[in-house]
Ligand binder design. Structure first.
Ligand code: NAD
Length: 389
């Protein structure tokens, strides 16, 4: 797959941004929309007026709204960036498509495969681009991993192991989507989209069946889980295993291991790759020094000293936005298609269903079935366990 980022062409794409809280303020950061060359922020939207007003000033937008429909009426707006909770992705994508606007939708694409299908249909009918914000595919180090695998450096890759934790033990009580029953999932819904998408992309192979186990450990996590383990059996015979939790005392741990029959690649971030431009170290272990004495080669794509250039090149959110705007302008299919976003949701749904059914779940998943009911029962059990009425 081509990992090159499309160079934007033509006048900048007019953007509206819906949702002005955690992801936008702390991860995209104020600089990203200001550095963007292929697009310009016309407006921001949040139902919380104070947040919308502050984000407007911080991100350098021209105007702010509390109503998404109002932003869509603006002729200067050509595309919507959705950084709202997952339960809004379907209605807001459908509304944007009907207004003739392209969409860059934050992960997970939606809560269920059915919602994804309706989003895809609406965008196809309207002839607008729908891209899913799996920004890890735009991260320099993760692209390097893909290049090494494609180049055959690891030989035949048979496994990917991922662990991505955050020391956020009170998450769920913070008023964000994570503790809200409408999310239809917890930590795996939040991080699983990225982890499973990375594995499918690196292995160049979708999942064919999924196994999952979830737990609510923290006091506040009643709506869904804060600890999850999922195993994906991929179509090409490889396996990927994913672990994620907020119930850790170790700060911001993110690591992946890619295992091939000629080498093992360890990807270790000192801090979440979402939170820092500092690249994760890429250590390549091979057998050059003999069976029990692996040679270790550092293949990390390190940062340079030119801070302005690095702020652009190492910023996966900026690269993703440039790519989206370029695709809109050139009428090209984006690197992360709606079908890829849908597959990540399919995997998330399947892992949950596997936990609730106590068995592997085969893909393709025809429907998300009893998921809403399962989570309703899950919440009741958690409430009882904690003595809530
Ligand atoms: N790619 C990443 O690195 C990354 C990181 C974090 C979150 N996310 C994703 O981004 C999305 C938002 O996450 P977050 O952490 O910013 O959530 P959040 O709960 O912190 O913020 C969501 C914001 O949306 C606003 N909102 C609610 N309803 C709205 C509506 N109808 N119209 C406009 N705004 C509305 C809320 O008031 C809030 O300010 C989620 O899909 C999440 O999975 C992505």
């Amino acid at each position: 797959m081509d990992t090159a980022v499309t160079t934007p062409a033509g006048p900048p794409v007019g953007l509206t941004l819906a949702g002005c809280n955690s992801s936008v303020l702390y991860l995209y950061g104020p600089h990203t929309f200001r550095l963007l060359r292929g697009g310009r922020l016309i407006s921001v939207v949040d139902i919380d007026a104070a947040r919308a007003r502050e984000a407007c000033a911080l991100l350098g937008a021209q105007r702010w709204h509390t109503d998404f429909e109002q932003a869509l009426e603006d002729d200067a707006v050509e595309a919507a960036v959705l950084a709202t909770p997952g339960w809004l992705h379907e209605p807001q994508t459908v509304a944007a498509a009907r207004a003739g606007k392209h969409v860059l939708c934050e992960k997970p694409m939606a809560r269920t495969v059915e919602e994804c299908d309706r989003m895809i249909a609406a965008c196809e009918d309207a002839g607008v681009t729908l891209m899913i914000a799996h920004m890890k595919r735009f991260h320099r180090a993760f692209r390097k991993v893909r290049e090494l695998i494609e180049g055959g450096v690891l030989g035949d890759v048979f496994a990917v192991r991922g662990q991505w934790d955050e020391p956020a033990r009170d998450l769920g009580a913070d008023g964000t989507f994570r503790g809200d029953p409408r999310s239809l999932g917890g930590q795996w819904h939040d991080h699983g989209a990225h982890m499973s998408d990375l594995a499918c992309w690196w292995l160049d192979s979708p999942a064919k069946r999924v196994n999952g186990v979830i737990r609510s450990v923290g006091e506040h996590m009643i709506a869904a889980e804060d600890f999850a383990i999922a195993t994906l059996d991929h179509e090409n015979g490889a396996v990927s295993c994913h672990q994620t939790t907020t119930q850790t005392y170790r700060p911001w741990y993110e690591t992946y291991e890619v295992m091939g029959n000629r080498g093992t690649l360890l990807v270790q971030a000192t801090r979440h790759t979402s939170l820092s431009f500092e690249p994760p170290t890429l250590s390549l272990y091979d057998q050059t020094e003999g069976h029990f004495n692996a040679r270790v080669v550092d293949v990390t794509p390190y940062l340079g000293f030119e801070i302005d250039r690095e702020t652009q090149a190492a910023n996966q959110y900026l690269q993703e936005l440039e790519h989206f705007c370029g695709c809109v302008r050139l009428g090209k299919e984006p690197l992360v298609t709606a079908a890829m976003g849908r597959h990540a949701v399919e995997i998330i749904n399947a892992a949950y269903l596997s936990h609730f059914r106590g068995a592997w779940v085969d893909l393709p998943l025809r429907d998300s079935g009893e998921l809403a009911d399962c989570f309703r029962q899950y919440r009741e059990t958690q409430r009882r366990r904690r003595g809530h009425s």
